[in-house]
Design a protein around this ligand. Structure first.
Ligand code: ATP
Ligand code: MG
Length: 461
């Protein structure tokens, strides 16, 4: 990160500097909330977590070379400097906001119900063909993760691609205030966090408030095939630029060639030109993510060759539609997380397989009052997509299995349906269920810990 002095930090987070004034002009070289990440001249921020309180680590991190800590507590007569603040989380955000404002960089902010990380990776891959890009690592998208990402931006970076995740009303504003995006991207308005945000209109309102803090000359880039985003009218008269499969979207695709699990070839159409590119990750949702990449690349002045190269260089990451050719099976490892929209996207991908298609699906969390209906919807969808075998695991997935069975009966599909309460129950029966050469989708919400299944299937001798 660009260095900051302790006096600048104390000012930015309205803190009280406690310690030898001689250190006020010393500069911190990084910011950490994890004591294990502390190196020489780090600013350590003592966050009180559910299990551990960062304040307990202050003596240890100072010993390890930290320059200073942010603390909510009076540390008494210690022989190292610290900055007293009323809330370390708020101070972290204030400091990130100050740091972001000090940087001459373009920021692309990405939010949406589903596909933020995947779209972030695609956009970063595209932009990296022309710019020095810093992107959110993994899923660091909340009020802690976003500030930490911002501190990773260095002066040589030209663009930062930042994922922003929300789950309650009021979550977006502080994130947008930190990021101050030049480009705002929304992937879709789905059903995640309905229990907190009430309706899809509530979700739209909260997510689109990202634009409240954006560069007035910046671009708003929305999925035009999403009914809520399509009918969006901004409070400040800003008109979104739309991308989608629909030809009326200024950024769309034509001549799509779906090559099964090997991805998709398509002709990308921009307002001024067209070009071909191959998306190596299968599924129509990846076409959307690539289109978002095209629209952002276009907004930031890239040419078609650069954009196409960036799309083609993106390869799957663990847990997200990652194709694993194991000894006995082809595994689609998509078990990083799940909700109804992404379950359906992944069943779409599975449908491209040219062998027997098996879906091992588990419970989806955080869906609110309609959770059982949503599990049922996924079960029915698996049947409609001509899945050969559906294995449902978990308490909520019992309804998924039941709806799947009902759909099979009603539609005369051939899908075999199984339900197990636990992964262990499945392991005991999997010898009878799975066959050599099956293509197997593995997917559930994070808490179900399905990477274990992927490991087991991959390592089967
Ligand atoms: P989180 O809220 O956990 O951060 P996210 O919004 O970052 O999730 P991803 O991790 O990118 O979402 O993707 C989650 C799932 O959705 C994956 O299974 C992925 O295959 C699927 N997916 C990716 N992009 C899209 C999209 N544009 N539309 C629908 N599903 C998508
Ligand atoms: Mg994410």
């Amino acid at each position: 990160m660009k260095h900051m002095t302790l006096s600048e930090i104390a000012d930015a987070c309205c803190g009280i500097y406690c310690g030898d004034p001689a250190f006020l002009d010393c500069e911190v070289s990084s910011v950490a909330i994890d004591s294990r990440k502390v190196v020489k001249d780090t600013l350590f921020v003592a966050i009180k977590g559910a299990r551990v309180d960062g304040h307990n680590f202050i003596p240890q991190v100072m010993e390890a070379g930290a320059l200073c800590s942010l603390s909510e507590q009076d540390l008494g007569d210690v022989d190292y400097p610290y900055i007293r603040v009323s809330s370390c989380t708020e101070a972290l955000k204030d400091l990130a906001e100050h740091y972001r404002r000090s940087l001459d960089i373009k920021v692309v902010g990405i939010t949406g119900s589903v596909g933020k990380t995947s779209t972030k990776e695609m956009i970063a891959s595209v932009l990296s063909e022309k710019y020095n890009v810093l992107k959110t690592e993994g899923n660091f998208n909340n009020e802690i993760g976003l500030p930490l990402t911002v501190f990773n931006i260095r002066e040589e970076h030209e663009v930062a691609v930042l994922e922003m995740g929300i789950s309650h009303f009021g979550d977006m504003k502080p994130l947008a205030k930190i990021a101050r995006p030049d480009v705002c991207v929304i992937t879709n308005i789905g059903y995640a966090h309905l229990e907190n945000l009430g309706t899809r209109d509530g979700i739209l309102k909260e997510k689109s408030s990202m634009t409240d803090y954006m560069n007035p000359k910046g671009s708003v880039i929305f999925n035009g095939d999403d009914d809520k985003l399509k009918s969006y009218t901004s409070r400040d008269g800003r008109t979104p630029v739309y991308f989608g499969l629909t030809a009326s979207c200024p950024f769309h695709v034509e001549n799509i060639e779906r090559k099964g699990l090997k991805g998709t070839y398509a002709e990308f159409v921009t307002p001024t030109s067209r070009f071909h590119a191959h998306i190596s990750i299968p599924g129509d949702h990846m076409i959307y993510n690539a289109l978002a990449g095209v629209a952002v690349g276009y907004a930031l002045g890239m040419d078609n060759e650069e954009i196409a190269r960036g799309i083609e260089k993106l390869v799957p990451i663990a847990g997200r539609n990652n194709l694993i050719e194991a000894k006995h099976y082809t595994i689609i490892d998509d078990c990083y997380n799940a909700n109804p929209a992404s379950m359906k996207s992944s069943l779409d991908v599975l449908a491209y397989a040219d062998t027997r298609k098996v879906a091992i699906l588990g419970d989806m969390g955080e869906l609110g009052a309609d959770e059982l209906a949503m599990h049922r919807e996924v079960g029915a969808y698996a049947a409609f997509k001509n899945t050969d075998v559906l294995v449902c695991i978990g308490a909520l997935s019992k309804d998924m299995a039941e709806a799947a069975k009902e759909t099979v009966l009603a539609t005369e599909k051939n899908m075999k349906v199984f339900h197990f309460d636990t992964k262990e129950d499945f392991y005991q029966n999997m010898g009878q269920i799975l066959k050599e050469n099956d293509t197997i989708l593995v997917k559930a919400s994070h808490f179900m810990e399905f990477p274990e299944i992927v490991k087991k299937l991959s390592e089967e001798a």
